[in-house]
Design a protein around this ligand. Structure first.
Ligand SMILES: NC(=O)c1ccc[n+]([C@@H]2O[C@H](COP(=O)([O-])OP(=O)(O)OC[C@H]3O[C@@H](n4cnc5c(N)ncnc54)[C@H](O)[C@@H]3O)[C@@H](O)[C@H]2O)c1
Length: 333
């Protein structure tokens, strides 16, 4: 199988991670060309990885079979639609858009173009989560009764980022909502209810009307319950864990633990500092999986509709937090 030639646009924090993976760690894909709104950034990454670069997105399309979009969220929809219209397969960072109608329009456009479209929910490709998912989906847990998941960033983002993030639930919690849908929904049915609470201690978050900590309670169609806790500023390290409890077994993905006291940059055992540190395999594997779908025509593990469903739940969490009430999920909100 020849490797899929991927053109990458957006070479910031996330784009550089994808660039490194496409250049060196993907068996099914290769980095064909890079592009960024800032030509100096594109030139620097191209020199570092010994690949061509371009100042024009149209030229990028001409140099590849598939595009990876890692630009800021506001441009994902336009770039994905342009790439699909040119017949290019698209890997798009999450979220597709902060606007539901725009996300739906992107899904329609990629469907119409008949291209593979995958969204960047990388955790589905982490070996630990994938191993648990295989056994949960095979029914080895019995009926799922409780889902618990946690995502905590070590350090908060620049306050300037908050204005464009789409809010805490759309930016952070959406990863856990996707994991809930992926792991639990096949057995327990869709999420039918969310109740979200949020708080902020950091004055920059308070001033921006944003939260930095949340707890979300989910109820699934079969009556199973879920709990999500998220923090933007755990300080001691980056930590991500998931637990699924069933009538026959309980599955956990988390670091080993015991009694401990955690302080800034310090835990009893080494913890990653951020998502790139924690998920090196997942970020490479999601691009490899995307490339294999491009070659085989198979449906990606994360589709545009998956991204839409997770965004809908994030919007429901936001509504719950703002109104202080439980939100019932309507089908096709
Ligand atoms: N899946 C994950 O775990 C994860 C983690 C972090 C960020 N993200 C997502 O990745 C995306 C990028 O985030 P980031 O933190 O890397 O941003 P960033 O600000 O670090 O980098 C963005 C880059 O895109 C370039 N750019 C801006 N507009 C452009 C355009 N129209 N065309 C081409 N290049 C353009 C900028 O010059 C910059 O180099 C966001 O949508 C974010 O939600 C996903």
């Amino acid at each position: 199988m020849s490797r899929v030639a991927v053109g990458l646009t957006g070479l910031g924090r996330m784009g550089r991670l994808h660039a490194g993976n496409l250049a060196a760690r993907c068996a099914a894909a290769r980095l064909a060309c890079v592009h960024d709104a800032d030509p100096a950034v594109a030139a620097a990454v191209a020199a570092e990885l010994d690949v061509p670069w371009t100042e024009s997105f149209d030229e990028l399309l001409g140099a590849c079979e598939a595009v990876a979009v890692a630009t800021p969220t506001a441009s994902h929809a336009e770039l994905s639609v342009r790439a699909a219209a040119a017949g290019r397969h698209v890997f798009c960072e999450k979220p597709v858009s902060l606007d539901r109608a725009t996300t739906c329009a992107v899904i329609e456009a990629v469907d119409r173009a008949g291209v593979v479209f995958q969204v960047g929910f990388h955790r589905r490709f982490d070996p630990d989560w994938a191993a648990v998912a295989a056994r949960v989906h095979a029914g080895e847990l019995g009926e799922v009764t409780l889902f618990r998941t946690s995502l905590r960033d070590m350090t908060p983002p620049d306050p300037a980022f908050l204005a464009t993030s789409g809010g805490f639930f759309a930016d952070v919690t959406v990863h856990d909502l996707d994991i809930a849908r992926w792991l639990v929904v096949p057995g327990a049915g869709e999420v039918v209810e969310v109740t979200a609470h949020g708080s902020a201690a950091d004055p920059a978050f308070v001033a921006a009307g944003e939260i930095e900590t949340c707890v979300v309670v989910l109820r699934f169609a079969n009556g199973a319950l879920g709990v999500i806790d998220n923090s933007r500023s755990a300080r001691y390290g980056y930590e991500c864990s998931t637990e699924v409890m069933g009538t026959l077994a309980t599955a956990r993905v988390e670091a080993p633990h015991g009694h401990e006291w955690r302080t800034s940059g310090q835990a009893a055992y080494p913890l990653p500092r951020d998502f790139a540190d924690r998920f090196p395999h997942a970020y490479a594997a999601e691009l490899d999986a995307f490339a294999r779908c491009v070659r085989s025509g198979a449906t990606p593990l994360v589709t545009g509709r998956d991204a839409l469903a997770a965004s809908d739940l994030a919007a429901a969490c936001d509504e719950s937090w703002r109104t202080g009430s439980t939100v019932t999920i309507k089908e096709n909100r």
